[in-house]
Design a protein around this ligand. Sequence first.
Ligand code: GLN
Length: 489
Amino acid sequence: MMDMQSIKQLSDALSKKQISSVELTRHFLSSIETHNDQLKAFISVDEDRAIAQATQADKTLSKGNARALTGIPIAHKDLFCTEGLATTCGSKMLANFVPPYDATVVQKLDEVGAVTLGKTNLDEFAMGSSNENSYFGAVRNPWDTNCVPGGSSGGSAAAVAAGLCVAATGTDTGGSIRQPAAFCGITGIKPTYGRVSRLGMIAYASSLDQGGAMARSAEDCAFLLEAMSGFDAADSTSSDRAVEPYSEQLNHDIKGLRIGLPRQYFSADLDAKVRELLHNALHELERLGAVLVDIELKQAELAIPVYYIIAPAEASTNLSRYDGVRYGYRCEAPADLHDLYTRSRSEAFGEEVKKRILVGTYALSSGYYDAYYGQAQKARRLIAEDFQQAFKQVDLIAGPTAPGPAFALGSKTSDPVAMYLEDIYTLAVNLAGLPGLSMPAGFYDHRPIGLQLIGNHFDESRLLAAAHQYQTQTDWHTRKAPVFAGGAL
Ligand code: GLN
């Protein structure tokens, strides 16, 4: 059985020629074929490209100069530009967009020989927490197909959880890697802002967007993240700090590691079952040598209002480029230029995207700018300082990833506030530019729950090591969802 193996095991099997990358790739392509109609995890699959990459990987493997990801089948969230392969961003606006270049992340993963199976579904322009905002249909959660997989990287999360790929890229503007990872029972890491290049990653809110890794385990995430990260001269916000070899630092001792538990994240409002599961997980970390410390994040309640001003404001300017002229959807027979703009945008953007453009434009308009955007920027600074205060006392911070487990499809679509509350524990991390990770920490009925770990800037290695060591003692991350592409090769 190849289906539940880690990147390390698969890489080992590939090097020993127990299996070829072409065979492995065909296995995943056929799993996608079987399950994608039901799950809608992939928007597109490019069999020819995948087999060509796998064939190339097999050549590299036979020369003996393979890397950990050489020949490993992965998927990309469909907002990373892929040369010659449609990149839709989950929108009608870009349904026919075929990029002329690869995102840096895609290029880097190609360079180490990873095989791209296809592009995964997402909320339109990464706006959402449930993956119900995709033009290409809602993604289903492999643990319960009546439930959402989380968003916006729900396609990537569902694909990994269902065994349709080994690992996948995601992006996280306010929780879009961590929340779907939690809902689908996998591990996901959003690194420090600037760790991963944003070139070719279609922009939602540029000061918050960050690419990251989604896989079953922290160890697999470490392999993916170290290959994706690094300075990019073409992205002025990317960091030139050297990338640490995360996969080699997973066993770094966590004895004495101080983990802060913010009072605001474990308040009386937290669901009792979620609290119990998180406490069990934290006790396991304590058994491994971590020290739990009660802390305060006094500005925690500012996260939602601040994020929902800043993200739509940036989105409204980023999305102004879709005007029906340059690229993207163009309406039929426009009467004049104004009609061209209006109808192209009205016809091709979905409801949530339109709502955010309106909110963002309002917040930035003269007369309101100081009251909304200016205030939000000041409050953002307070949130960042709050974390720095906490990191004087502790090495990492722990909390829930989301308030509860995956919810039923359609149950929150008519209540935007309930939907926005899904991000209550994840947004502040982006506002402060910090790295955050979610790992499986038990089950709520039959649905997975995630524990979130937050680190200080560039502390990805410590986050991954803590999660890895937890995963050496627990098996939540190896449990199989009911919809899982099993089968021997
Ligand atoms: N759910 C949040 C939003 O809708 C975060 C999305 C994201 O991280 N891309 O904006």
